[in-house]
Design a binder for this molecule. Structure first.
Ligand code: PEP
Ligand code: MG
Length: 760
């Protein structure tokens, strides 16, 4: 495709993305295509699944009165043919085609040339895009490629616009209008609360809408004026400092900024928006976006460049506004935290007792944010990328962390239904609490120790209350993530000691620092093309022995009193990494002994989370004392599915046959060497997966504290022989769906279906 066409394509998609609703998006689409392709009519048909028909949704060229009225059955006419075949149909003379079907309302009689392409998203045909020509015309391969490329991108943009439109209706107060969206199930549970939007500072496009009352208008305007005056002074100061270093012409550029700041169109528009009830930051975002768009569309390269200056100006104004208007509101009632990419530090902005749920437009269940939510028993929905976060503030939201569904401004009937489910959950929790002091044993007395995954001091108390038999995974990177520099040996040691002491005499497994991937420390940024295949975990530690040794010394020192420590190495992909790490651990141990500290030498294990380690089990078993399966990463690497990528999240599944067979291999080899195997990925806390893991002979399971009693209930409901035979059946199956169905049915039959879905 020629670069000119590529540019056109980009601008159409951009305009559709910016549209305020579906109708506007479709109108833009048909008008622009008609101009660009020099055709006589363009129309878009959408699928109406209930009626099994394709409905005319927009047109430029056909009779507009036919919109919403013209319907084709799925196999009717040429439009139906495109839909059925899910392929382009390019016909010089439509009238001569057997599928041609004349519909009088569209005035279609006069069209001969026909090119139709399907609108496909995630394998589903959502509709059909058609261009028509009065004369006979066979469209060129170039035309066809253009339309196919455009349609492929339009499907996503149109579905986004549809959601925006629904939301607009919702916020415009259409009575009884509610809205639901599906993301990815993050951590389980249900909550109902108002949305609190968090957004990164200094990011103009992330600023949310926020309605203000009439008596707040003056205050917002004066904040804005103050920001303008601060930025003016800033430019004067910059210009003064540059004098003598740059030419007068270059210096004049600063005056351009000053002029922009004084321009009525900018200032007045912002003030108008504030007066109409938008807060200053939101008014700034909208106005700057409008100006940037105008400049971007200009022919002249000089003016197009000004878009960059406007953005810069916008960012500076925002910075000054944010210095005056703190982002964090006082929270005194439960909220659902909503953000484009909710971060660990944003958790801290809300007191835990008020954090009802989390919705993040990016990430998935195995993202670390979601794992943390799970640890704190907070439902989360991830990867809900169409959600216009800016517009959601203050809305009542139901979040269903089991299904990944959210309901914005739900109707009373939906609220009643979910309140019932919440009640059922409460009942289930009350039932589960009774299990705290019972043994985690199968019906025939096989003991399966259940431990917790942690990394936050906040979870120690709930973990202890849950009756956990220790910590199977302490993610040491979490305290590192919450600081602005590497913590020193003593600071680390104090944290580790507190954890060991709290759980003593139960064992605590510390994992050495596992940064990289999606856990980059703000003060040690690692920027890579493929972070999950890059510098991660043990690889970083071995390249930075000074950081590794400090941590090992801190860990070993913290164990002097309790002696309940086990040490575990993450991301092992080669035995040489274990050899090198063991040398460093021995070195640290020797140093501490020679410094007079009687630190015990701990048991050392490795995480099996990379496929190469699965096939080196024998060699690894000769070097270490225990294994722990990191099923989150093992699944990601075995299936080649990025654990954070929503696009492929449907392919990420820890019950994939290859994952089950791998874990079984790990268990067999480890047991041959008389070494134990724990599973500490999210799989261990999933009741259905737990059935398979126990059937395999896994020695212990480590999970988020919220899952522990659920899994205990499962352990206590089956005999080990039942689980072995269930596993045998699962291993014969060839796909995830069948395996999941087999295990869920076993849970339902045991009366435990409520553990894997909402309600009981
Ligand atoms: C895992 O990969 O399964 C695991 C427990 O480690 P993390 O989720 O911290 O990468
Ligand atoms: Mg991992």
């Amino acid at each position: 495709m020629k670069s000119n066409k590529l540019n056109i394509l980009k601008t159409i998609i951009q305009d559709v993305n910016d549209a305020s609703g579906l109708e506007q998006a479709l109108n833009i689409t048909v008008q622009r295509i008609k101009q660009i392709m020099h055709v006589d009519a363009v129309s878009v048909y959408f699928r109406d699944t209930k009626a099994e028909q394709l409905v005319l949704m927009a047109t430029d060229g056909l009779n507009p009165k036919a919109i919403g009225k013209i319907r084709f059955n799925f196999d009717q006419g040429l439009v139906g043919l495109v839909y059925k075949q899910a392929e382009p149909v390019n016909i010089k003379d439509a009238h001569s085609h057997v599928n041609y079907c004349f519909i009088s309302e569209t005035d279609e009689v006069s069209f001969h040339g026909f090119l139709g392409v399907p609108l496909i998203q995630h394998r589903h045909v959502l509709g059909v895009l058609v261009v028509r020509q009065t004369k006979q015309r066979r469209f060129s391969p170039d035309d066809e490629t253009f339309l196919v490329t455009l349609a492929a991108q339009l499907a996503g943009a149109i579905s986004h616009a549809e959601k925006m439109g629904e939301l607009t209706r919702l916020f415009d107060g259409v009575e009884g209008h509610s809205f639901n969206m599906k993301g990815l199930a993050g951590s389980p549970g249900i909550a109902i609360a108002e949305a609190m939007v968090v957004f990164p500072p200094a990011s103009l496009q992330s600023v949310p809408d926020s309605r203000i009352s009439e008596n707040e208008v003056d205050e917002q305007i004066s904040s804005f004026r103050q920001a303008v005056s601060n930025v003016e002074n800033e430019f004067k100061e910059l210009s003064r400092r540059m004098q003598g270093s740059i030419t007068a012409g270059e210096l004049a550029l600063f005056d351009v900024f000053g002029l922009m700041l004084k321009s009525d169109s900018l200032i007045d528009t912002i003030i108008k928006r504030i007066t109409a009830g938008q807060w200053a930051q939101g008014a700034l975002r909208e106005t700057i976006a409008e100006h940037v768009k105008k400049f971007d569309a200009m022919e002249d390269a000089y003016f197009r460049e000004r878009a960059v200056d406007i953005k810069d100006l916008g960012r500076r104004l925002l910075m000054h506004l944010q210095m005056q208007q703190t982002q964090v509101a006082e929270v005194s009632a439960p909220v659902v935290l909503v953000g484009e990419e909710v971060t660990v530090s944003q958790f801290a902005e809300v007191p835990l007792q008020y954090l009802a749920g989390i919705i993040s437009t990016k990430g998935s269940a195995s993202s670390h944010v979601s794992i943390l939510a799970h640890a704190l028993n907070i439902p989360s929905v991830m990867g809900i990328d169409d959600l216009p976060v800016q517009r959601i503030k203050g809305q009542k939201i139901i979040i269903d962390g089991y299904s990944g569904q959210i309901y914005v401004k739900p109707s009373q009937a939906v609220l009643d239904e979910f309140n019932q489910l919440i009640q059922a959950e409460k009942q289930l929790d009350e039932e589960l609490v009774k299990l705290v002091d019972t043994a985690s044993e199968t019906l025939d007395g096989l003991h399966i120790p259940l431990q917790v995954n942690t990394g936050l001091l906040e979870d120690i108390s709930p973990s202890l209350k849950s009756g956990a038999e220790g910590v199977g995974l302490y993610r040491t990177e979490i305290p590192f993530l919450m600081r602005d520099g590497f913590p020193g040996e003593d600071e680390q040691s104090a944290i580790y000691r507190q954890v060991l002491k709290s759980f003593s005499p139960r064992p605590v497994t510390f994992r050495t620092l596992d940064i990289g991937g999606d856990k980059s420390l703000p003060y040690f940024p690692v920027v890579e093309e493929n972070p999950f295949l890059g510098w991660r975990g043990i690889r970083i530690m071995l390249d930075h022995p000074e950081i590794f040794l400090t941590q090992i010394r801190a860990i070993l020192k913290s164990n002097v009193y309790e002696n309940n420590l086990r040490l575990m190495l993450p991301m092992i992909s080669d035995v040489s990494e274990v050899d090198d790490a063991l040398l460093l651990i021995k070195k640290a141990h020797k140093e501490l002994i020679s410094e007079g500290m009687a630190v015990p030498y701990p048991q050392i294990g490795v995480m099996i989370e990379v496929p190469s380690a699965v096939y080196q089990m024998d060699a690894l078993a000769r070097r270490v004392d225990f294994f722990s399966v990191g099923s989150n990463d093992l699944t990601q690497y075995l299936l080649a599915v990025d654990r954070n990528n929503k696009q492929v999240a449907g392919l990420y599944n820890c019950l994939h046959p290859s994952v089950l067979h791998s874990v079984q291999h790990i268990v067999r080899v480890a047991h041959r060497h008389k070494k134990t195997v724990s599973v500490c990925g999210e799989m261990a806390g999933d009741p259905a997966s737990a059935l398979a893991l126990i059937g395999m002979g896994v020695d212990s399971l480590s999970m988020s504290v919220g899952s522990l009693l659920r899994v205990k209930r499962v352990v206590r409901a089956f005999t080990s022989a039942q689980l072995e035979s269930l596993l045998k059946e699962a291993l014969k199956m060839e796909n995830v769906k069948d395996i999941r169905c087999l295990l869920n049915t076993a849970l339902e039959n045991a009366g435990l279906g409520g553990l894997v879905r909402a309600g009981n």
